[in-house]
Design a protein around this ligand. Structure first.
Ligand SMILES: Nc1ncnc2c1ncn2[C@@H]1O[C@H](COP(=O)(O)OP(=O)(O)O)[C@@H](O)[C@H]1O
Ligand SMILES: [Mg+2]
Length: 483
């Protein structure tokens, strides 16, 4: 046998690195922030500039920086072996983070760095990478390229140019861009909350986004008086300690409207219940039950923090983008026990105010009838909204429509989904606009039924779907009407 060199084609390999992981802007920035944290930075300045549709992103830190040789190694794809043992505070893993995160967003990665006042800079340009040639900045090019000066002669700045993934959407307006940046800020505020609050073992971290300090955000709302923290449980798994701390969030009626919306997040409480896994104090996954439980109304107030060390990366199968992990088999049963205990507690908090299917004192939209081995679902004709339209002139048409919907409910498809992917079933939650329409329809009739007694009307609404589950919105409606 003879040997033959067979290296990868540089451009193709780097192009495929663009789709390693599943980064969005927040995920990609988080990977750079991980590096800054590892370099002991106490301040990180992120700037996201719309730049007339050709977005420009930079992340600077006041960490220890790199010398020229270290920069060269850092720019190299797969700069470290994932199997090497990492120091316990290290947030990196595959030696790919900076590269894959950056190229998930841009075509041109510029890294400027200073250590002991020695400055260096290097550039990977995906359109100009033949045979692995990297640009190296010389003379005063580093200073001229940097968007902010290095404090005390040390620190690092990463710049993303030609952000084609961000501007992929040709309609990228400045409003869209601002919305992306706003959502990104919300995510980073949760992901690095413990670092920003000084709760990790290092000095407190400040993150500035477009010159404004980012406020840390606690997804457990631990400081709120109505949050119930349950007992913390350290679990010993193959010589690693995993710390589990469940919380039951306050009932909606205890939260202000803004608090409620922020805590529910983009997808709402139902989607955000479950485990929140922190690796070295950095949130990596949130809002999953790892199939140990179903997403449901009754458990929507449960959030469980799970703390894992980076020495368990193998067991958790941490992905390159640190956006996903799998629950190790050895932990399944123990977490399942914790979950079961919690669900009944949460159900008590939730039921204390809300209504649910099967609760005789509540008025639900769907009714379930079981008789002689036959189960049937029907739309509740005495639900106030339904009753109201059944009193209108087109009542016959409405009745025909209700029958049509009930008789053609996609039973087989639903059964399939409920069995194979129960976690993915998601009926859109009620929006404020829809709620207003429903209330416009419902309240006048209820007021007549209740002899114009507002309190009695409220009591009925409180037991009626979907108002019972969106009580905050009902309160807002009533306040806006000035009743
Ligand atoms: N902001 C930074 N400050 C100092 N060193 C950095 C910084 N960003 C990256 N590096 C260096 O570059 C290396 C490669 O980073 P990265 O590609 O994210 O892989 P990993 O974090 O898995 O090692 C890091 O190990 C670190 O030595
Ligand atoms: Mg890294």
């Amino acid at each position: 046998m003879i040997t033959k060199r067979n290296p990868p084609d540089a451009t193709s390999l780097m192009m495929s690195a663009r789709s390693f992981g599943n980064y969005d802007l927040a995920g990609a920035l988080a990977d750079l922030i991980d590096n800054s944290i590892k370099a002991n930075a106490e301040n990180i300045w992120i700037s996201c500039d719309y730049n007339d549709g050709d977005p420009f992103v930079s992340v600077s830190d006041d960490g220890h920086g790199m010398c020229a040789l270290e920069l060269e190694a850092a720019m190299r794809p797969a700069s470290t072996n994932p199997a090497d043992e990492r120091s316990p505070d290290d947030l990196g893993r595959f030696g790919w983070g900076m590269k894959s995160a950056s190229f998930s967003q841009c075509r041109k990665l510029v890294v400027l760095t200073a250590r002991d006042h020695e400055m260096s800079g290097a550039i990977w340009d995906l359109d100009n990478i033949d045979d692995w040639t990297m640009g190296v900045l010389v003379g005063d090019e580093v200073v001229r390229t940097a968007t902010r000066p290095f404090v005390d002669g040390h620190g690092t700045e990463v710049i993303w140019k030609d952000c084609d993934r961000l501007s992929e959407d040709h309609q990228l307006t400045s409003a869209n861009f601002n919305e992306i940046v706003r959502r990104t800020a919300d995510r980073l505020a949760v992901v690095f909350q413990r670092y920003m609050e000084g709760k990790s073992k290092r000095a407190r971290l400040a993150i500035h986004l477009n010159e404004r300090p980012l406020k840390p955000y606690d997804p457990f709302y631990a400081a709120h008086e109505a949050t119930q923290p349950l007992e913390e449980e350290p679990l010993l798994v193959a010589n690693h300690v995993v710390v589990v701390q469940p919380y039951i969030l306050p009932h909606f009626s205890k939260l202000g409207e803004r608090e409620y919306e922020r805590l529910g997040g983009e997808e709402g409480f139902i989607r955000n219940q479950g485990f929140y896994v922190y690796r070295n104090d950095r949130l990596i996954i949130h809002g999953t039950w790892f199939r140990l439980a179903k997403y449901g109304d009754l458990s929507q107030l449960v959030r469980i923090s799970v703390d894992i060390p980076n020495s368990m990366d193998d067991m958790w199968k941490i992905t390159v983008d640190k956006g996903d992990a799998q629950l190790p088999v050895v932990l399944r049963n123990r977490l399942k026990q914790i979950v079961n205990r919690l669900r009944s507690k949460s159900a008590r908090v939730y039921r204390a105010r809300g209504g649910c299917l099967g609760d005789p004192s509540s008025v639900s939209v769907w009714l379930r009838h079981a008789r002689n081995n036959e189960i049937k679902y029907s739309i509740n004709r005495s639900h106030p909204v339904v009753a109201k339209v059944l009193k209108s002139e087109s009542a016959d048409n409405v009745r025909a429509l209700l029958h049509l919907i009930e008789q053609n409910f996609p039973v087989a498809k639903f059964r399939n989904d409920a069995m194979s992917k129960p976690d993915s079933i998601s009926q859109t939650p009620t929006s404020w606009h829809e709620m207003k329409q429903l209330l416009d329809l419902t309240i006048p009739r209820l007021m007549v039924d209740q002899n114009r007694d507002l309190q009695a009307t409220k009591n009925t609404l409180e037991r009626t779907e979907p108002f019972s589950k969106n009580w905050q919105m009902v309160e807002r409606y009533i306040a806006e009407k000035g009743w």
